[in-house]
Write a protein of this length. Structure first.
Length: 198
């Protein structure tokens, strides 16, 4: 007990003799640690190649190329690509025509991994008109306004959608997705290629 009291008394004397030293130590302990500098984003070029096969025969090959910045995992940068058309669809005698979007939508964000590779998170959605079918519709003609049968071409719309995450190095590519259409039997493949923009 006497030793504890003596130590406290010595500390009090030291604090009175040199208060700036004590305040300096306390300020150093209270000072927040400096944050690491923000990572500079790396510009990337991404190619998404959508290919369709009928058996062994390649029937379609559609490349999409865009750029995206790869930042830290907390600083995602998005790139979005939209390309397509509006297709008319007959919705009934009273409702008339309705237009629906078909085409390709790609959403991509990128981050830099520790080992020098880049992580791409992609959502790829594609819809297209495969063919048309004739649908019987009621048609009004003449002054008597009698109904007579008619036909309207309705599009058959196919759809492909995938969500994925891939890690690639500069100049690397990968075949990320292979899917078979259950009706036509055609096979769709996605190939992703990444390049660092200099």
């Amino acid at each position: 007990m006497k030793r504890t009291g003596t130590a406290l008394l010595a500390f009090a004397i030291l604090a009175m003799a040199n208060p700036p030293l004590i305040r300096g130590q306390a300020a150093a302990e209270d000072k927040p640690k400096a944050e690491a500098p923000a990572q500079k984003p790396t510009p990337l070029k991404v190619q998404v190649l959508w290919t369709e096969y009928d058996g062994d025969k390649k029937v379609k090959s559609l490349p999409y190329i865009f750029s995206v910045d790869a930042g830290s995992k907390r600083d995602y940068q998005f790139s979005k690509l939209r390309v397509g058309s509006k297709i008319p669809v007959y919705t009934g005698k009273d409702s008339g025509m309705q237009y629906i979007d078909v085409g390709t939508n790609i959403d991509c964000r990128a981050s830099q991994n520790d080992g020098g590779s880049f992580r791409l998170e992609l959502v790829v959605e594609r819809s297209w008109v495969e063919s048309e079918v004739l649908v019987p519709v009621a048609k009004i003609s003449g002054d008597d306004k009698s109904d007579s049968p008619g036909q309207f071409k309705e599009p058959i719309i196919r759809q492909f959608k995938t969500e994925m995450a891939v890690s690639l190095h500069d100049g690397q590519n990968t075949e990320s997705t292979v899917a078979t259409d259950p009706l036509s039997g055609r096979v769709s493949k996605l190939e992703i290629t990444l390049s660092v923009l200099k």
